[in-house]
Design a protein around this ligand. Structure first.
Ligand code: UDX
Ligand code: UDX
Length: 468
């Protein structure tokens, strides 16, 4: 372990939403450590290296400032994966692990092919002892797979495998990393070597996090904790969304219910905001993973329990879309509907599993005309999302859906405005002007409960909000 005493070089494979911001924060806190972020996608790397910081592939508040400070000093983005592996003492694996779209476990299990490719590449290149850190969310016991590949295909050198799951949320990634509630490191804590590897990684985070926030566990606990954390968070959202449907039938107001129950500190106020449904790269994928693992282990009841969180989420998205159709006199065919927001939450340009695409798909099947405005999501991403989700051709989608760069233009002449993301700017629009330019009756379907209901109804809008 001697070579690990002083860490001077680390590498991260995967320059995505997790790898990019995480490495930027490490580089900025550890000026004496060389941080190489490598990726197979040359376009992504070119974007990370672009001189105009507005062209970074990921939008996160605070990210541009950090990249401006450390890029080219001790933070480098490159496609030279082999060099990155060769020089690093610690290698983070941060490639994507999508839900399998083929074969056994299709639609449920995590596809580990990129993780396996990384492990094989490391085994081929490495000639010195290294610490391998799983950053990607993965099913429990993946570390064993990585270990087996490394030990059976490599150059007979020692590898120490750690699980160090990421808890950052998009939109607040930099703050979450810089000021993490906890940092979890799982390793082989039964051997001296394993403990040394854990300490080695811990020493990096200790540069800016208090030691007591670093939680050390065995590998399997660490891997399972990541899935469990996301399942619990998603469960809270589905729980309040289930209650929102009940509120609409009874005259209760879901925001009031949230406030009332959130004041109980055993429950707490976070993650009980009713919405059109949760999205993002993690919640659905991780719960599917949990369901799949439970089924594989013969735990059918456990699988059914967690699957219900996803069923309520699907129901909430469908309910929102159906409500638009029924309010617009049971037909949206040929009617213009403006979408404000497409990202799965505010302050990110990420659209993975966004509720917006499911709602759009439902309305497009009803042959509505949709005009989308999102402050950060680019047009080609929106069409890529629709192509991934629907059986319509790209050409058909282009006929029915337009992407606008001006919100007032998006809303002009529309029958209804649907708010899909809680961007702050939506609150400050000139709603009087929007109202005047819309068809009457002018409907607003607020899927995030962001607009001022009194102000908008006074203007004359017919307003629907979740759980009201
Ligand atoms: C991460 C985690 O890895 C995932 O498991 C977690 O659940 C969500 O966050 P994320 O950073 O969001 O994924 O993914 P993405 O933005 O798609 O970035 C992954 C990067 O890895 C891509 O840029 C891709 O090009 C790269 N990659 C993928 C490689 O460099 N090599 C590969 O073999 C596969
Ligand atoms: C999540 C976890 O929070 C993070 O710890 C983990 O590492 C990755 O997965 P992320 O997906 O980036 O992060 O966003 P998050 O803030 O958790 O939101 C997920 C979804 O739930 C969003 O669509 C959001 O709008 C929705 N949500 C969240 C609600 O609808 N209501 C809430 O009260 C909270």
């Amino acid at each position: 372990m001697k070579s690990y005493k002083k860490i001077t070089n680390i590498c991260c494979i995967g320059a995505g939403y997790v790898g990019g911001p995480t490495m930027a924060v490490i580089a900025s806190n550890c000026p004496d450590i060389m941080v190489n972020v490598v990726d197979v996608n040359p376009n992504r790397i070119a974007d990370w290296n672009s001189l105009n910081l507005d062209n970074l592939p990921i939008y996160e508040p605070g990210l541009q400032e950090i990249v401006a400070k450390v890029r080219g000093k001790n933070l480098f983005f490159s496609t030279d994966i082999e060099k990155g592996i060769r020089e690093a003492q610690i290698i983070f694996i941060s490639v994507n692990t999508p839900t399998k779209t083929y074969g056994k476990g299709k639609g449920m299990a995590a596809d580990l092919k990129y993780i396996e490719l990384c492990a094989r590449k490391i085994a081929e290149i490495a000639t010195e002892e290294k610490i391998i850190v799983e950053k990607s969310t993965i099913p429990v016991r993946t570390a064993q797979t990585i270990k087996t590949i490394l030990e059976n295909t490599g150059n007979n050198i020692k590898f120490h495998i750690l699980s160090n799951p990421e808890f950052l949320a998009e939109g607040t990634a930099i703050e979450d990393l810089q000021n993490a509630d906890r940092m979890l490191i799982g390793g082989d804590n039964t051997t001296k070597e394993g403990q040394d590897a854990i300490e080695c990684l811990s020493s990096i985070y200790e540069r800016w996090l208090p030691k007591e926030r670093i939680i050390k566990t065995n590998v399997w606990s660490s891997e399972l904790s990541k899935l469990t954390a996301n399942a619990f968070l998603a469960q809270r959202v589905s729980s309040i969304n289930a209650i929102s449907a009940l509120c609409e039938k009874t005259g209760a107001d879901v925001d009031e219910v949230s406030r009332a129950i959130g004041a109980d500190n055993r429950i707490g106020s976070k993650f009980i905001k009713a919405s059109v449904g949760f999205g993002g790269s993690c919640f659905q994928k991780d719960i599917l993973n949990l369901v799949y693992i439970s089924k594989t282990l013969g735990l059918e009841e456990v699988a059914d329990y967690w699957e219900q969180v996803l069923l309520i989420n699907d129901y909430q998205k469908r309910r929102f879309a159906e409500n638009i159709v029924s309010n617009l006199f049971n037909t949206v065919s040929g009617k213009k509907i403006a979408f404000l927001g497409w990202a799965f939450k505010k302050n990110t340009n990420d659209t993975r599993e966004t509720a917006a695409m499911y709602v759009a798909d439902y309305l497009l099947e009803e042959t509505a005309i949709i005009h989308v405005y999102d402050p950060k999501v680019k047009s080609n991403q929106i069409f890529a999302d629709l192509e991934y989700l629907s059986s319509r051709t790209n050409e058909e989608n282009h006929k029915l859906l337009k992407v606008e760069t001006d919100p007032y233009q998006a809303c002009k002449e529309s029958h209804a405005v649907a708010i899909l993301t809680e961007w702050d700017e939506f609150k400050t629009y000139d709603w009087q002007r929007i109202y005047e330019n819309m068809k009457k009756p002018a409907f607003i379907f607020d899927g995030r409960n962001v607009v001022d209901s009194k102000k908008l109804t006074d203007i004359g809008f017919k307003l629907y909000q979740i759980g009201k």
